[in-house]
Design a protein around this ligand. Structure first.
Ligand SMILES: Cc1ncc(COP(=O)(O)O)c(C=O)c1O
Length: 444
């Protein structure tokens, strides 16, 4: 498998970032990847820029201003128990997080929380797995039953695949020292297909594109809205009586799109990773109508990890509360995270569209303006990924690679190679470098 276990080369000059590319070739970059220390200044002018993964660092400057307000102190004797609240279906959900989640949805208006059970997970990725388990394990399938089909309409959220594995040396080791080098493998496989199939479960099985799905029997459709990769607002497409639907609403937040109504589906997944950009905290939550489904989801997480970090939950609760307070305070515009985030995304999209417009070979999706109940304004969707199409039949990801840009090709999402998905939620330096290089990809 290309890209696995590449030795992180040490040339003694700078930290080394090695990324395997789609054809398995190693690309060595003599500048570090974005560091987890936001104070480190990066010179990335000559780097291969990895825009394959949607690491949400575009909003760090906002949260830097909130450093003090968002501080959480946890003393030595706190949150030592496995248990948070035995009276709750999800017994490892911290009451503070439960309240903060309900409040932020009320403030934003993006989801109904009344009469729902909240299940917390280590990111919404684990909740997707838990939902598949819950929807297929109860009642237990009869002996010999076929696995339940899992589908999503193409282009669907998809990982980079084994050939997209990255291996990089810790950016914080400077100068690099081979004796204590920390090699980190980042496997971007964590999407609908991979999460469905990696355990080779007998309960469910990935069946691909919901548009072409024609198998009889029970199925689960996963609907991401706004969709990753193409940013479209979506509804279920199979719509048969024996089907169940999981709604992944990771991007249904006002920095990305108009909030047109409170979502009101049976199972809704949200994530702190995209809601505020705090992907490292690894918190997601599910709003679940049916108590039995919520119980089964809780059981799945109990079996796999006996709960979810309380420290992460308390940090999430604190930040969500700060965010809700600021949204309700009608203070300066810069204090409202969603207004800030929307302005960042709007500016990036304006620059990107202006560039792409200069080429008659490439296009980006168009999104309608919708009335937003959160801001009271008409708003366009500004997705966290650009879904770029070339009108000619080219392997677009390879073309990008030749210009030192790693992006995810359309075939990974169940469509053609003339599409690529480009992350737009990196840091300013990365976005600016993207624009510079994109001009040469587009031939303008
Ligand atoms: C549609 C969608 N769902 C879920 C996730 C994963 O979220 P988490 O970080 O909470 O696991 C992502 C991350 O990119 C995503 O795009």
């Amino acid at each position: 498998m290309g890209g696995l276990d590449l030795p992180a080369n040490n040339d003694g000059a700078k930290n080394t970032f090695i990324s395997s590319t789609n054809d398995g070739a190693a690309v060595r970059v003599t500048n570090p990847p974005p560091s987890s220390d936001s104070s480190v200044n990066l010179d990335i002018s000559d780097s291969v820029l990895n825009l394959d993964v949607g690491d949400p660092r575009a909003f760090e400057k906002f949260w830097k201003r909130m450093d003090e307000k968002c501080k959480v102190t946890i003393s030595g004797s706190e949150v030592m128990s496995y248990v948070s609240d035995l009276g709750n279906v999800c017994w490892f959900l911290e009451p503070k997080l439960r309240d903060a989640i309900k409040r932020v949805h009320r403030v934003v208006g993006n989801a109904a929380t009344e009469d729902r059970h909240i299940v917390v997970g280590t990111g919404s990725t684990t909740l997707f797995q838990a939902a598949l388990y819950a929807l297929t394990s109860s009642p237990p399938p009869p002996p010999g039953a076929q696995p339940v089909s899992v589908v999503s309409a193409a282009p669907y959220y998809s990982g980079g695949g084994s050939r997209g594995l990255m291996v990089f040396r810790s950016p914080l080791l400077h100068p690099p020292d081979p004796s204590n080098a920390l090699n980190v493998k980042v496997n971007p496989k964590r999407c609908f297909k991979d999460v469905t199939d990696y355990l080779r479960s007998g309960l469910y099985k990935w069946e691909g594109d919901a548009y072409t799905f024609d198998k009889d029997g029970p199925y689960i459709e996963i609907v991401a809205s706004p969709n990753n990769p193409d940013g479209t607002i979506r509804e279920a497409v199979v719509n048969r009586g024996d089907g169940k639907v999981i709604h992944d609403l990771a991007y249904y937040w006002p920095q990305f799109t108009a909030i047109t109504h409170p979502a009101d589906y049976d199972i809704m997944l949200f994530t702190f990773s995209k809601g505020t950009g705090h992907a490292g905290t690894r918190i997601g939550w599910a709003l679940v109508k049916d108590k039995e489904v919520a119980k089964k989801m809780t059981e799945c997480i109990t079996i796999s990890s006996i709960g979810v970090s309380k420290e992460s939950q308390l940090r999430t609760a604190k930040i969500l509360d700060v965010l809700s307070d600021d949204c309700q305070s009608f203070g300066a515009i810069s204090e409202n995270f969603f207004e800030y985030g929307y302005a960042v995304m709007a500016e990036r999209w304006a620059k990107l569209r202006a560039l792409v417009k200069k080429s008659n070979k490439f296009s980006l999706p168009k999104y309608p303006q919708e009335s937003c109940i959160f801001s009271g304004k008409f708003k366009e969707t500004f997705p966290s990924f650009a879904w770029l199409k070339c009108k000619e039949d080219v392997d677009l990801a390879s073309l990008f690679k030749a210009h030192k840009l790693i992006v995810r090709g359309g075939e990974r999402f169940g469509v053609g190679r003339e599409y690529v998905r480009i992350s737009l939620i990196g840091r300013d330096e990365e976005f600016n470098l993207l624009l510079e290089r994109l001009a040469s990809v587009l031939g303008i």
